[in-house]
Design a protein around this ligand. Structure first.
Ligand SMILES: O=C(O)CCC(=O)C(=O)O
Length: 278
């Protein structure tokens, strides 16, 4: 592993995130943005983060080739390989969001959970400190710190862990991640994070893609990966990660991921019956 990759992995492990500037070319971002705008016509209003009419689309693969290639983008996978030594595995989780609500401070899942999640965010607009930029608390992905935060400042809201609204903002130690289209944020999904809505009344156009580090020969981590995917699929309309069409395309990073997921006996890797075209 190169020195730069080692440094990146160390930063990710200690702080819980890395930002790679201009990882996706501006040409690709224009194509992805056009695909996003078309896809979001199928999105539904979601009150998951609040009542302001944010929109979300979960099962979006297989509808727009430009969006499909993003989950197996070689540059994204190569950053995950720098973090971990092996490319991370796409789990079928993630979503497209048009976020009109403030995303409150929270962590995804139970504070203190173990696991090896890497979440990727791509924001399709310029997001600044004053207008919609992502926030996180470095180091708060570490299970003991996460549990401590929950104990000191947390509250369960609708069964979800959040920082109590009475704790003064900005939080001590929070980092604001300003981004431009093409920048990619890699973050440990256990980290505590938030994002304010934009001030101009428009939504934050965001793409989130979830991966898990390759469990190698750790049997218990492989079981966690299978459970994680099974959980994701249970909450989806579709019961598979890759639509059949995507699984048959010549795309080496994708074929490698599929092969590895099958080896690990992950459920629902490929669609068994193709979706009728609509
Ligand atoms: O809107 C964002 O940037 C963060 C979204 C979020 O909280 C999540 O994906 O869990």
């Amino acid at each position: 592993m190169s020195k730069a990759a080692k440094k990146l992995g160390q930063k990710f492990d200690s702080e819980g995130f890395v930002v790679i500037r201009s990882l996706i070319s501006s040409r690709k971002i224009s194509e992805v943005t056009a695909a996003y705008d078309r896809l979001m016509r199928r999105s539904q209003v979601s009150d998951y983060f609040g009542p302001k009419g944010s929109r979300c689309l979960k099962d979006y693969l297989g509808l727009e080739p430009e969006m499909d290639v993003l989950v197996d983008h070689p540059d994204i996978l190569s950053v995950t390989a720098s973090i971990d030594g092996l490319p991370a595995l796409y789990t079928g989780a993630g979503a497209l969001w048009y976020m009109l609500d403030d995303v409150p401070w929270h962590c995804d899942g139970r504070p203190g959970r173990t696991g090896m999640p890497i979440k990727v965010s791509l924001y399709l607009d310029v997001l600044t400190k004053e207008c919609g930029a992502f926030r996180l608390l470095p180091g708060s992905h570490i299970p003991s710190r996460s549990m401590q935060l929950m104990k000191e400042f947390g509250v369960w809201t609708d069964n979800r862990p959040r920082i109590h609204p009475d704790i003064p903002r900005p939080l001590s130690g929070e980092v604001v991640v300003e981004t431009e289209p093409g920048d990619v944020v890699f973050w440990d999904n256990r980290i505590w994070h938030s994002a304010p809505r934009r001030l101009d009344g428009l939504g934050r156009r965001a793409i989130f893609v979830n991966y898990i580090r390759d469990p190698r020969d750790d049997k218990s981590a492989a079981r966690d990966l299978r459970d994680d995917v099974a959980d994701t699929l249970r909450n989806r309309t579709r019961q598979f990660i890759y639509p059949r069409q995507m699984a048959t395309e010549v795309n080496w990073p994708r074929q490698r991921t599929i092969q590895r997921l099958l080896e690990l006996k992950v459920p629902g890797v490929i669609e068994t019956n193709p979706t009728p075209s609509d």
